[in-house]
Design a protein around this ligand. Sequence first.
Ligand code: COA
Ligand code: MG
Length: 326
Amino acid sequence: MSFTSVPSNTTRINRSQLFVPGSKPDLFEKASASNADIICLDLEDAVAPQDKEKAKENVINALNNHDFGKKTISVRINGLDTHYCYRDVVDLMENSGERLDLMMIPKVGVPEDVYAIDMLVTQIEDKTQRQKKIGFELIVETSMGITNLDKILTGSKRIESLHFGYADYAASVRMRTTNIGGSNQDYSILTDEIEGERNIHWNDMWHYPISKMTTIGRAHGVRIIDGPFGDFSDPEGFKSHARRTAILGCEGKWAIHPSQVDLANEVFTLPEKEVQKARDILEAMKKAQESGAGAATLNGKLIDAASIRQAEQIIEQTKLIETLSK
Ligand code: COA
Ligand code: MG
């Protein structure tokens, strides 16, 4: 272990993050009644240019008057390459009271993108004497974002989480796909012939960016959240995809439709079987250490001090979910 330790930023649960376009205030009630851990009110790509002003008005109105219960509330602002961006930050910060928890910044490419928003937010927090500090959620969804990830995460101390934006990323690196998340038959391997048979193995074309995000993001102690799965009529596809990103280290996933919220909660709440296995590892290692051994065997498999760290993070995350989802 390095002498430098990274405190983990896990004070929130983020298994499911339900997106609601700011231009559709009728949906706010349904979102509040859902089991989503976080609701993200969108001002960016789900809102048409002619609706931007009205959407912002709706969102500010809801932040002041709507009862979102205990849910964490985020607003996705427009990107720094648009003239909507600065007014989104100023209007939200000056008019939304204390209810806003997080600001989501899309298409982040360099650390200065985050720094610039932090400067505005900090000034307004100071001016309005806001008690609760706004946290940042960054969407990584461009070739620049993935390339500069490590530096980007030094852009502000407010950064709580990284989110993967499938469609924008695919467009940015010119992937030949129009799916939002999901799979593609062309990203597959045709095996050599074995006993007269050739098989097609579909591969995960999103493995590299997600894996890069979990590896680099965790070095900065932030949560890694998987982005959208566009086909909301395919629950099995959603779950299969979420399970893959959970294995890689993601803590949650976006829901672009209420039907995806419970699916995300299910996948990102560790199954009791895995939690019990973690408890068994801790118990077996405790016994091994008491008898002076560094490594032990559990069900015919090696476990050692690294297994303790694996098991502990499973137990910790489960406790956090148990405490915060009540
Ligand atoms: N939040 C809350 N409620 C939602 C919702 C959402 N994101 N999406 C749909 N609903 C509601 C509908 O109003 C409908 O309610 P009702 O039964 O009371 O009439 C119910 O859930 C079922 O919706 P459905 O008819 O299946 O979907 P739709 O055709 O109305 O909407 C979308 C489909 C994709 C347009 C809509 O889900 C949506 O806008 N999603 C968010 C998109 C977004 O924010 N994208 C940005 C991030 S990628
Ligand atoms: Mg996007």
